[in-house]
Design a protein around this ligand. Structure first.
Ligand code: H4B
Ligand code: PHE
Ligand code: FE2
Length: 295
């Protein structure tokens, strides 16, 4: 894919190297021309691995969104070209950030349909685990579903809800809803369970584990249940929650969370691998994977 015009405006050096003040909204220039062949090669390795793996695993909306975007194997996508396509379809754009940004900054961007995507790409030795979202996780994992109206509206509403949750001091509860949907959610299709969570879609190992491995639980999504369920940040999830369609996210976004926050405040938070009596069990896991690591 052709890169930006050679005269693309330069706003001083990228933030983080101290030479230029970071912007208040933490955005930086993607500076697409500065990516090296080695960085494009890392993208290509990751892209080709997932593109082989995801057919039959990723949900239809993910495949359709990807096909409608300027995202290919050979080069790290140019955020301006991504934003052109997104803006036309769902009013979203992709803005470059150096890495994790403060919660309030993150929510403010989402509430305004700006998706903050890591400008950097992981090093070759980090292909399978990364602690901060890089351009592959954010663009390959999250952006295709921003082309789907339900997800586009859901993530904007999540941004607004995040600003509200911060004011209420319940960000930990809301973060669980995001984690078990946008990052690690599964959706039921006529032809079986499929991935829609970006944390899974951008991970070769978890794309297999979440659907093929007998270890994890797969439970029907219930927002009150998810809100009081711990999650893993350093390993595969012990439980995946299943929604019946992406449109179900819209219903979720419209629920007033204040009563849910109130009832969750007093509730006990469940361990990630627990199965409760009220759970809709799609498939009960053996828990073997995590048991083997608890030692
Ligand atoms: C809970 C919290 O809002 C969440 O972890 C945010 C924090 N900041 C972030 N910053 C970036 N760039 N990307 C993210 O996904 C997040 N996640
Ligand atoms: N509806 C939630 C906000 C929200 C939107 C989308 C996802 C999750 C939460 C509230 O009332 O605060
Ligand atoms: Fe993410």
């Amino acid at each position: 894919m052709a890169g930006p015009a050679a005269d693309s405006p330069k706003h001083g050096l990228a933030a983080g190297d101290g030479a230029a003040p970071a912007r208040a909204d933490w955005t930086i220039d993607q500076d697409w021309a500065a990516y090296t062949p080695a960085q494009h090669a890392t993208w290509k390795t990751l892209f080709e691995r997932q593109t082989k793996l995801l057919p039959g695993r990723a949900c239809d909306a993910f495949v359709q969104g990807m096909a409608a975007l300027p995202i290919g194997a050979d080069e790290i996508p140019d955020f301006r070209r991504l934003s052109d396509a997104l803006m036309r379809r769902t009013g979203w754009q992709v803005v470059a950030v150096p890495g994790l940004v403060p919660d309030a900054v993150f929510f403010e961007h989402l509430a305004n349909r700006r998706f903050p995507a890591g400008q950097f790409i992981r090093a070759p030795h980090q292909l399978d685990y990364l602690e901060e979202p890089d351009v592959f996780h954010d663009v390959f994992g999250h952006v295709p579903l921003l082309m789907h109206p339900a997800m586009a509206d859901f993530i904007q509403a999540y941004g607004e809800g995040g600003l509200r949750a911060q004011r209420l001091g319940v960000l930990d509860m809301l973060a669980r809803v995001y984690w078990y949907t946008v990052e690690f959610g599964l959706v039921r299709q006529a032809d079986g369970l499929r991935i829609y969570g970006a944390g899974i879609a951008s991970s070769a190992t978890e794309s297999r584990f979440c659907l093929d491995d007998p270890s994890p639980n797969r439970l029907g999504f219930d927002v009150a249940r998810v809100m009081r369920t711990h999650y893993r940040i350093d390993d595969f999830q012990e439980t995946y929650f299943v929604i019946d369609s992406l449109d179900a996210l819209l219903d979720l976004a419209r629920i007033d969370f204040a009563p849910l926050y109130a009832q969750t405040r007093g509730a006990e938070v469940m361990a990630p691998g627990e199965v409760g009596v009220g759970d809709r069990v799609v498939k009960r896991g053996t828990g073997a994977y995590h048991a083997a690591r608890r030692g």
